[in-house]
Design a protein around this ligand. Structure first.
Ligand code: ZN
Length: 203
């Protein structure tokens, strides 16, 4: 996928991220379009705040998640079983409505010779979450990234999330969660291993 790399960051005198006038004007237009007056007091600083918040929500574009997996450890004392990181909380935004996606990801791999620091798996999740996403693609990206960089025997990723575009608009169905999964290697090929990993994830 081709992402546009953001410009280098500029900061104003107060040390806040500089937001170009045309970006602020675009937000004012949306506020007007939604039916409010962007010039009223409470909304005056909103365009700049909104823009800064969006750079933060999308900071994954400045991150190559695979880099977090480049440092591995081979001294594992003969450990050769599944490593699971359960229920990693994340926040993302759907690319169709730019509405929040709030969920948890469980990530597992079956190491071959080397392991990675566990916080790194969470960083991979955050890196892909901090972009405009669809849950299906995010699930695949997290799994593929671990598969490519760690070259393990197997990878399993299960993501459960609620979508603001469903809970807050449209059909307005709160508490409906979507579950997506991706299995690679032994978890794809072997039913018993898959059952095992799902059990460890509490599923
Ligand atoms: Zn959506």
């Amino acid at each position: 996928m081709n992402y546009i790399a953001p410009d280098s960051r500029l900061f104003d005198e107060a040390g806040k991220l500089y937001v170009p006038e045309d970006v602020q004007e675009a937000v004012r237009k949306i506020i007007r379009w939604a039916g409010d007056n962007p010039e009223r007091e409470g909304l005056q600083d909103t365009p700049a705040r909104f823009a800064r918040a969006w750079r933060e929500y999308c900071e994954g574009y400045e991150d190559d998640p695979g880099v977090h997996l480049s440092r591995t450890f081979e001294e594992v004392g003969g450990y050769d079983d599944i490593v699971v990181l359960k229920d990693i909380p994340f926040r993302s935004h759907c690319e169709h409505h730019m509405a929040p996606i709030i969920g948890k990801a469980s990530v597992a791999y079956l190491p071959k010779d080397r392991v990675v620091g566990i916080s790194k798996l969470a960083r991979v999740v955050q890196g892909y979450a901090s972009r405009l996403q669809v849950q299906e693609r995010m699930t695949a990206e997290v799994a593929d990234c671990i598969w490519t960089h760690l070259k393990p025997r197997g990878v399993a990723v299960v993501i459960e999330a609620t979508h603001g575009c469903m809970t807050g608009r449209g059909v307005k169905t709160p508490d409906v969660a979507m579950v997506t999964r991706r299995f690679l290697g032994v978890f794809e090929d072997d039913r018993a291993s898959r059952k095992d990993v799902l059990e460890l994830m509490g599923r």
